[in-house]
Design a binder for this molecule. Structure first.
Ligand code: PXL
Length: 279
């Protein structure tokens, strides 16, 4: 069985980061090891959340695993709470990364032109250095702009502007740069990516559902990593992630009892398994 290491926070209530990565990747038949970077009562869109920083545990966990000889088929990181944590994650990449496994960085820190609560723009530059060590990076438009120290181009940025962001992002050093949550020329919502080896752009989208949902980036990145571990190509894994995220948003949109702080991913897991099993 393939084994993924996911490094991000636990928001106890809020359906994001590890409470999304663990169920999705595990359901896809992949062992999921975790390094929780912090425990929050909720994600940071709520007011008055508690935050217990676990930075001091991160090195000890790594050293124990080195002594046990553990190996990983992918390392997938999401929300990280401080520059110090980014530096420690970078050491995880140096220790456990190799030419056979994938490093996936979702630089979860901003949306709609604004950094999440608790982050400064400076943090984005630190995150861009972590992206340079990844195989695949998955920023949204806001995160791409902040990491490149550029003005926010807006959610409706035209294709040439997104392509320019991608050619700048790829210079950071990853093999693939993929911007998520992009309005495509055919009116769909999806991703546009750039492959540094073929030097080609690629894109894919699904019908846009008229709600703004939270935690979709985490659903997307977790599903992408799980699909990669099921031996789908990078493009097919991104496509599966986009299709699954769209199903989760549609389910949330049509469910009168849906919460307003996250998407219904749980109900759609059987459909995800059909997608990866081609049934
Ligand atoms: O979904 C990204 C995310 C992860 N973790 C925490 C967050 C957010 C987004 O707001 O606050 C703690």
């Amino acid at each position: 069985m393939k084994r993924v290491l996911s490094i991000q926070d636990i928001s106890c209530l809020g359906k994001c980061s590890l409470t999304v990565a663990l169920p999705i990747i595990s359901a896809m038949g992949v062992e999921t090891s975790i390094v929780p970077t912090a425990v929050l009562s909720t994600h940071t869109k709520f007011n008055h959340f508690t935050f217990r920083d676990l930075t001091n545990d991160m090195e000890g966990i790594k050293n124990h695993w080195v002594s046990e000889g553990f190996k990983f088929d992918a390392i997938y990181t999401g929300y990280l709470g401080s520059k110090e944590q980014v530096d420690i994650v970078s050491e995880y990449f140096s220790t456990f990364g190799n030419s056979h496994n994938y490093i996936v960085v979702d630089p979860a820190m901003a949306d709609n032109g604004k950094m999440y609560t608790g982050f400064t723009k400076d943090f984005a530059i630190t995150m861009s250095r972590l992206c340079s060590k990844a195989d695949i990076i998955l920023p949204n438009i806001s995160e791409a702009c902040f990491m490149l120290n550029r003005d926010y181009v807006g959610e409706d940025a035209p294709l040439p502007v997104i392509k320019e962001l991608l050619t700048d992002l790829i210079k950071l050093g990853s093999k693939y740069a993929v911007i998520t949550g992009v309005k495509l020329p055919d009116g769909k919502l999806g991703f546009i990516g750039y492959d540094s080896s073929s030097q080609e752009f690629f894109m894919y989208g699904t019908d846009e559902v008229p709600i703004k949902s939270h935690g979709t980036g985490d659903v997307f990145a977790s599903t992408f990593t799980g699909a990669l571990m099921n031996d789908f190509s990078v493009f097919d894994s991104l496509k599966i992630a986009a299709d699954f995220t769209c199903l989760c948003i549609q389910d949330t949109y049509t469910d009168p009892d849906a919460v307003d702080y996250a998407v219904n991913f749980e109900t759609q897991i059987p459909n995800l398994l059909k997608m990866i099993n081609n049934v």
